[in-house]
Design a protein around this ligand. Structure first.
Ligand SMILES: [Fe+2]
Length: 242
């Protein structure tokens, strides 16, 4: 599996707080079948230098410790009116320098401002991967927004925690709905620690394999994330998978 959303870098946000914890998270991910991970600390403004330094340091440590996890640069960008401009100025990282930025929004707003921000990012030439839409109040209340954003060209990342029920029934149902209707592009851990919101992906792979299909699990956990990291177009969805 390839995990596109993690807070594995130490000391940059509410995720890992030291390198020891980061290594513990990496070991757990590998044990559950993850081969590559994108480090996506929360970012609003320019934090490129801090993120790059932390990724390079952690990569060295992974190698020293013999942990077979490939680590890529990324950010979980909090979408604002400045996002498109900062992306164009290269002051925000997309996922592994691809055309795909991971963008999150506030949990409780109307969705109107978000639509404007996504449109600007698309017009700037990027394809936004919207982080955990199933967790946003306004999406749960008005799922039609997902349809609108998809038609604009957006992609969607569903959280493992939502699907296994960690964020309540609303997020679980919405997450499953996005997967089963073929809206979800990838499922990722959004891991914050080795004990609470962990990078363990084995359970969600099992769940997707059993409740949807083995092909859908592979599509969401390996094929699509791999295409995004390689900055390729995404493989077409086969309706019989869902
Ligand atoms: Fe996150």
């Amino acid at each position: 599996m390839i995990d596109l959303h993690s807070h594995i870098l130490p000391g940059l946000d509410d995720g890992s707080q030291n390198f020891e914890t980061s290594l513990e998270m990496a070991r757990l991910a590998v044990e559950s079948g993850v081969i590559a991970m994108v480090a996506t600390p929360h970012c609003v403004g320019d934090r490129t230098r801090a993120v790059r330094t932390a990724v390079l340091l952690l990569r060295d440590m992974l190698q020293e410790e013999g942990i077979p996890l490939r680590l890529y640069m990324g950010m979980e960008i909090f979408g604002t009116a400045d996002t498109a401009r900062l992306l164009l100025d290269k002051r925000l990282f997309t996922i592994n320098n691809s055309q795909y930025p991971l963008i999150e929004f506030s949990f409780h707003t109307s969705g109107a401002e978000e639509t404007r921000i996504l449109r600007e990012v698309l017009e700037a030439g990027y394809r936004p991967l919207v982080a955990h839409p199933e967790r946003y109040d306004y999406i749960q209340e008005d799922p039609e927004l997902v349809n609108q954003w998809m038609e604009m060209g957006c992609l969607f990342q569903v959280n493992r925690g939502s699907l296994i029920g960690r964020f309540g029934d609303g997020a679980r149902q919405m997450g499953m709905e996005l997967v089963k209707r073929g809206f979800a592009t990838v499922v990722a851990s959004d891991a914050h620690s080795p004990t609470k919101r962990t990078p363990w992906m084995g359970d969600v792979r099992e769940l997707l394999t059993e409740e949807v299909s083995p092909a859908a699990a592979e599509f969401l956990l390996l094929r699509n994330p791999r295409s995004i990291i390689r900055n390729e177009e995404l493989p077409p969805v086969e309706p019989e998978w869902f």
